[in-house]
Design a protein around this ligand. Structure first.
Ligand SMILES: Cc1ncc(C[n+]2csc(CCOP(=O)(O)OP(=O)(O)O)c2C)c(N)n1
Ligand code: SF4
Ligand SMILES: [Mg+2]
Length: 325
């Protein structure tokens, strides 16, 4: 018996239909034991989940609790609503790696950050900096999502930031991005003159003029241009792109190499602390295979292949259907 006079049986659920030996069964056991040992009344618990084997497990522990199986990947929003409706309940969310990090990744991120973006105008977006002020005087207290740091972690192979007011940097960076074979993320700060150009905004023309810190100066040399243009090897990195063009990055931050992912993320995080807006090329990798190459596609574009080459014949299709009956 536990501290509230219940037996472990009072915490049991339905019989598991998962495979014998599945790790999820052990997790269900540990969950129900934890609630039992802590003396939490099962009726005070809500079990929220999405879709997947793991998301089925709330049916296998604590039948006396409340339970809700949401749509795949949507547990965070349903759980948020339930918690807000009754904050006196204990809530447990069960979600698999597919439910959380694949289909549900958008909900997952916003559940952690707790931002709401319901309207669009005159409201803080998910990239607004902490301490930034709305025209109405409201101050943002939520951490920004740095899309550059996110893109570095997620595997983009060319990541940089520029400013709509910096013609030279933006032109060079755009050309290098166009020349790059792979996924590029360019985060371009573009002040909204109607809602976001006032004193206190960190996305205004004035703020950008005062806080724009270039990490490197971007130069671009197209394949048809003369590449023998002089440069100092100590201060400038030359990167040859797949199409024969060259990206020349003149170092401004001496110790920073745009081929070091970890350093790039740290630099971006540090800049947020200091209120600096870094611009320049943060990370580039010209060796990694691009998406189409990874898929090992034929040289000719799929869109222009004749029907005979993209469509199984009637006979092959019939054979396939037969084999999978
Ligand atoms: C909207 C939608 N898309 C796809 C599916 C198919 N589907 C069912 S479970 C699942 C993956 C679940 O993976 P995970 O959350 O890791 O659970 P696990 O089974 O590994 O515990 C997918 C893609 C679905 N049910 N609904
Ligand atoms: S995750 Fe699903 S398929 Fe895999 S062992 Fe568990 S119940 Fe079986
Ligand atoms: Mg899984």
């Amino acid at each position: 018996m536990n501290s509230i006079g219940l037996e472990i049986l009072d915490y049991r659920g339905g019989k598991s239909t998962l495979c014998a030996g599945c790790g999820h069964n052990a997790i269900s056991e540990r969950i129900l034991e934890a609630f039992y040992e802590m003396g939490v009344p099962p009726e005070r618990v809500m079990k929220m989940s999405g879709i997947g084997c793991s998301s089925k497990t709330p049916a296998y522990f604590m039948s006396r609790s409340f339970s809700f199986n949401s749509v795949h990947g949507r547990m965070p929003s349903v759980a948020t609503g339930a918690i807000l409706a009754n904050k006196t309940m204990k809530s447990i969310g069960i979600s698999g790696d597919g439910d959380t990090a694949s289909i549900g990744v958008g909900q997952f991120i916003h559940m952690l950050r707790r931002g709401v973006y319901g309207l669009t105008k005159g409201q803080f977006s998910a990239t607004a900096d902490i301490g930034s002020k709305l025209k109405t005087g409201v101050i943002n207290d939520l951490p920004p999502i740095d899309v550059c740091a996110l893109a570095i972690q997620m595997g983009a192979t060319f990541i940089g930031r520029s400013f709509s007011g910096d013609k030279k940097q933006l032109s060079a960076m755009l050309k290098a991005a166009i020349a790059h074979k792979g996924t590029v993320l360019l985060d371009i700060i573009s002040p909204c003159v109607t809602f976001n150009d006032h004193e206190g905004s960190t996305k205004s023309y004035k703020y950008m003029k005062e806080h724009d810190e270039m990490v490197n100066e971007t130069g671009f040399i197209a394949p048809f241009e003369d590449i023998s243009v002089e440069y100092d090897h100590d201060t400038t990195v030359d990167i040859q792109m797949h199409d024969g063009s060259h990206l020349r990055l003149r170092k401004i931050r001496e110790d920073y190499a745009p081929t070091d992912k970890t350093a790039a993320v740290k630099m971006l995080m540090d800049a947020h602390e200091k209120g600096e807006v870094l611009t320049g090329v943060f990370y580039i990798d010209t060796n990694e295979l691009d998406f189409a190459s990874r898929l090992n596609l034929v040289d000719e574009p799929l869109a222009s292949l004749p029907q005979e080459r993209v469509r199984p014949s009637r006979e092959v299709f019939a054979e396939l259907m037969q084999a999978h009956r």
